[in-house]
Design a protein around this ligand. Structure first.
Ligand SMILES: [Zn+2]
Length: 182
């Protein structure tokens, strides 16, 4: 959906800019040949090309940015910190962008958990309550149980190590104050 919207803005902006050039030609031709309709059409194209097209280019740039970050999330780069390192942008910028994408439904069915994890809402249903607690307990990275590489749990409780192929499960962490209740 975001992709289609982005390309629509691109084509309107492009046609507007081309129309501006065509408008200049039409205005000159219409004026010198007393062709009023062509003159008026030329002026309309100039006005849109001058005032409208830049707005569409700016909006296109914004949408392209949203589209790129949505693609990253959908390809599995779905924590705020990973998106920061992947885009080179600061945390606030990335979080604001993600919130705009979520509000506009550019990332359908995704939710932002604990201001950090962007996960598919239907994936959450598969979690037990303790898994969500674990996820929210800032467990994002873990050493692979086979090769020791750092692996990231991206909203699932089971991750296949990208380096050695071993299956890793989230190790539940006891909350620090758990003794308090015993
Ligand atoms: Zn491994």
């Amino acid at each position: 959906m975001i992709k289609r919207k982005t390309s629509a803005y691109f084509w309107i902006a492009l046609l507007g800019s081309i129309g501006f050039v065509a408008g200049v030609v039409m205005t000159i031709f219409g004026a010198t040949n007393s062709k009023t309709i062509m003159l008026v059409a030329g002026i309309i194209l100039i006005v849109f090309g001058f005032y409208g097209a830049p707005m569409f280019w700016i909006k296109y740039g914004e949408l392209k940015n949203y589209s790129q970050i949505c693609q990253k999330v959908q390809s599995g780069i779905n924590t705020i910190s990973l998106l920061c390192s992947s885009t080179g942008k600061d945390e606030k910028t990335v979080r604001d962008t993600i919130n705009i994408c979520l509000q506009n439904n550019y990332l359908p069915n995704y939710v932002l958990i604990k201001n950090e994890y962007i996960v598919k809402a239907e994936g959450i249903k598969q979690f037990e309550a303790k898994d969500i607690a674990t996820l929210q307990g800032n467990v994002t990275r873990q050493k692979c149980n086979q090769c020791g590489a750092e692996i990231v749990f991206d909203g699932t409780n089971r991750v296949v190590c990208p380096y050695c192929g071993a299956t890793n499960l989230v190790e539940p962490k006891q909350p620090e104050n758990s003794n308090k209740w015993e």
